[in-house]
Write a protein that binds this ligand. Structure first.
Ligand SMILES: [Zn+2]
Length: 487
């Protein structure tokens, strides 16, 4: 108490700006790059044709010194890590944003590195609050849906068409400049989420009250019809304003959006802003409510699948498995397995991943335990053995060190088995509904690269049926096995 009084006394004598200076300074982007370098090692096994490992914290280098930038780019490349350029189309910012991005792109081209672009800002916002974007009531009065975010005026799905040219121009401004400079784009992504038509939260109720929505969806009382109508519009937005403009100029580019991926017709997770409408259909699994999901991917024209495998806070509260880790693992493996299994032949999969509990409330329930680092790394292995081509880390800045270390360890080690991962075929997407051993395997000829992860003390072998033959997988913790199919 005495110390506290003394500290308060010192604080009260400080002028206000110095008080703020006592707070921890936010990490600069240049420091962030050092954190990434310190938590990763140069690759032991060459990357070959495998995609690099994407890290959200590597948006830019935080330096304008060309010599230093080249050195950093090379050090990161030795670790399989590309640097991402972001495009900002805001009228006051676009010229500078373009200059910065081109500077990085030229340097990457000179060194022979692929160019990666974050075009998030270019897709926002179709729902810009313009009265013309609003729903329209029976009384002729416009109204918005604020059930997604307090300050986000979600509009009428059928009134957003006039926004297309505005949004497309925001992207084409940058695309044309890259094309003019001869800078080839390898991968361009967006995180386009809370904008445009979305069927969740109170959207259905709002559309039922809207005269225009009812005209366009005669059977609006049917959730399936409502969802289909909205997702078709959403896909057209992504196709016309993102996929087509990119692929017209860069036909080989990987282009995609967060959470748009081929699937089995079900969404096994909820984003931070999403809730199920009270009367919307769902499939129950213990306390989980899986939502019917549409097949957006083929309608968007995207060339890369981007599933989301995040430790959303509520996930472990849905299940009763004895192991707290299996409550996480089960759900995350479902998302990863269904998206891996349905992956389109020519579109690789780059799933977003995050380990620390995602979007917890201010006062989290102590019963929700953090997913263990060990089992998180196991999950990453199973993802790589179930058809995903690399991984993309998203995390808040202060989690960068640990998130990067855990992820890079697994991804770098997986390159030892590059031949299996490049040329082999995943043979199982099974997610055990009972807590127990989980097996993933990639087959190449008679050989199989196998990962087995156990959540119990059981030591017995697991039998895997492959093309009429049985493979016996013994328990081996913490590493892959190469087994041979006996003829
Ligand atoms: Zn409407």
């Amino acid at each position: 108490m005495k110390t506290l009084v003394a500290v308060l006394a010192v604080m009260l004598t400080l002028p206000v700006p110095e008080l703020f200076a006592q707070k921890k300074k936010a990490m600069s982007q240049r420091e962030m790059v050092d954190v990434v370098l310190a938590n990763t090692k140069p690759l032991k096994h060459p990357r070959g044709e495998r995609l690099p490992l994407y890290l959200w914290p590597l948006h830019g280098l935080g330096t304008t010194n060309e010599v230093e930038a080249a050195r950093l780019l090379k050090s990161l490349d030795e670790r399989g890590l590309p640097v991402i350029a972001s495009w900002n189309p805001a009228p006051q910012r676009r010229e500078q944003s373009l200059r910065d991005a081109l500077w990085l792109g030229r340097l990457q081209k000179k060194i022979g590195l692929p160019i990666t672009i974050s075009a998030i800002a270019c897709m926002n916002s179709f729902c810009n609050g313009d009265e013309k974007t609003a729903h329209i009531g029976d009384d002729g009065k416009p109204f918005f849906d604020f059930s997604f975010e307090e300050k986000r005026p979600m509009g009428c799905p059928f009134a957003l068409g006039f926004r297309h040219p505005v949004i497309r121009e925001q992207l084409e401004f940058f695309l044309d400049a890259y094309q003019h400079e001869g800078l080839d784009i390898h991968f361009i992504f967006v995180d386009w989420e809370v904008d445009g038509p979305i069927e969740w939260n109170d959207a259905w109720a709002h559309s039922k009250r809207c005269r225009r929505c009812r005209e366009h969806i005669p059977n609006i009382a049917d959730f399936g019809a409502f969802q289909k109508a909205l997702r078709e519009i959403r896909c057209r937005m992504q196709r016309e304003c993102l996929a087509k403009p990119v692929l017209k100029r860069f036909p080989k580019a990987l282009v995609g959006n967060y959470a748009v991926y081929p699937n089995d017709g079900w969404r096994y997770w909820y984003d931070y802003f999403e809730k199920l409408a009270p009367d919307a259909p769902f499939k129950a699994d213990q306390r989980a409510r899986y939502r019917p999901w549409s097949q957006e991917f083929p309608l968007t024209g995207f060339t890369v699948s981007m599933p989301v495998v995040y430790t959303w806070y509520a996930t472990p509260t849905w299940y009763d498995f004895a192991s707290s880790d299996y409550r996480w693992f089960y759900n995350l493996l479902l998302v990863a397995s269904k998206s891996g299994e349905h992956k389109a032949a020519r579109a690789p999969s780059i799933p977003f991943v995050h380990w620390h509990t995602t979007a917890p409330p201010k006062e989290p329930n102590p019963a929700v335990k953090q997913f263990s680092a060990e089992k998180y790394q196991e999950l990453l292995w199973h993802m790589l053995l179930r058809g995903h081509d690399t991984l993309f880390l998203w995390c808040p800045r202060d989690e960068t060190a640990e998130e990067t270390r855990l992820l890079h360890e697994v991804w770098a080690a997986s390159l030892e088995h590059r031949e299996f991962l490049e040329k082999g075929k995943p043979v199982t997407f099974d997610v055990p509904r009972q807590q127990g051993p989980v097996v993933s395997a990639v087959q190449l000829g008679d050989r199989l690269l196998v990962r087995r992860t156990d959540f119990d003390e059981g030591k017995g072998p697991v039998a895997l049926s492959i093309g009429g033959k049985t493979l016996t997988v013994p328990r081996v913790d913490g590493r892959c096995q190469v087994l041979t199919l006996v003829r």
